[in-house]
Design a protein around this ligand. Sequence first.
Ligand code: F6R
Length: 339
Amino acid sequence: MLNWQDLLALDEGKMLWALRDFPEQIERALGLACRVPNSVQGFKNAVVLGMGGSAIAGDLLARFATVPVVTVRDYALPGWVNADTLLVAISYSGETEETLSAFREGLRRTRRAVALTTGGALAALCEEWEIPWVPVPPGFQPRAALAFLLFPLLGCFSRLGHLQGNPFAVAPLLRRLREACLPDHNENAAQTLAQALFQKVPVIYGAGITGPVAYRWKTQINENAKQPAYWAELPELCHNEIVGYELATKVFAQGIVIFLRTSFDHPRVAKRVEILKEVLSSRGLAFFEVWGEGEDALSQALWLLYFGDWVSFYLALLNGVDPTPVRPIQELKRRLKEL
Ligand code: F6R
């Protein structure tokens, strides 16, 4: 019998605490929405600049915003960004060079801008250009601060009438999910799924609103559990990835697919999932389905996201690693600085 309490000793960076407090962080973060002033309103589109754990907030916002929102993970901006664009720079550390570069370029094209950060060079840039910035609490890993990077934006877009879904319904829902995912909870679905993924290569499939959630699962498994994971989106994967399963038994015996499902899936997507399950079975690949809960699409997407965070946490423990450190990212940043 696995003793999860013993395995928790691996969590030296206390990822459990950050994970456990996610619903309360959401509530605090919604309180920060007022730091995005109404003076930014009137924009026709928005561009969110960020990388990694900060950028995912842009992907999620884009799926629920009623104006076009594009996430840019790059040094440069698309040509269409102009004075009608809301520029949102997100960098937990405030030191990410791609984000800083794109933000500098953006400020030459629009003054409708806001940043979310703990400080650093990004905050300094905002002070210099008199741009408002949302102060995010320090002490987290960027990916564990998602509530503070996303919910001020969801709250602001909701206030301005640019959001589908109720961001205020999310925290109470996730509090209930938390009870079922805490380490000492019996019949813990997150622990069970983590055990099923152990020593496998997870491939996470989302569709529409769950596309960025599938990507978050993949990156959380990479960074927390320190192992490979992949993701793709329906219906697109039915036009390419599906062919790659022809030789799966030879080259991808460790593969395991997880379908992220919501009651808002397009009916044709739902049919495609059923066919895909048959294809996977015929190729000897295992799959799981995880259904989101909640009243609206936003709630269901965040339910799935939070559940995935728990799964990646337990998978890290099974892998015998501390979920928190991301040494290869830090090492790469350090080497780049030296150049
Ligand atoms: C680390 C993490 C990374 C960072 C990324 C950008 O937990 O998730 O993906 O988010 O390296 O750094 P920040 O967020 O500081 O701009």
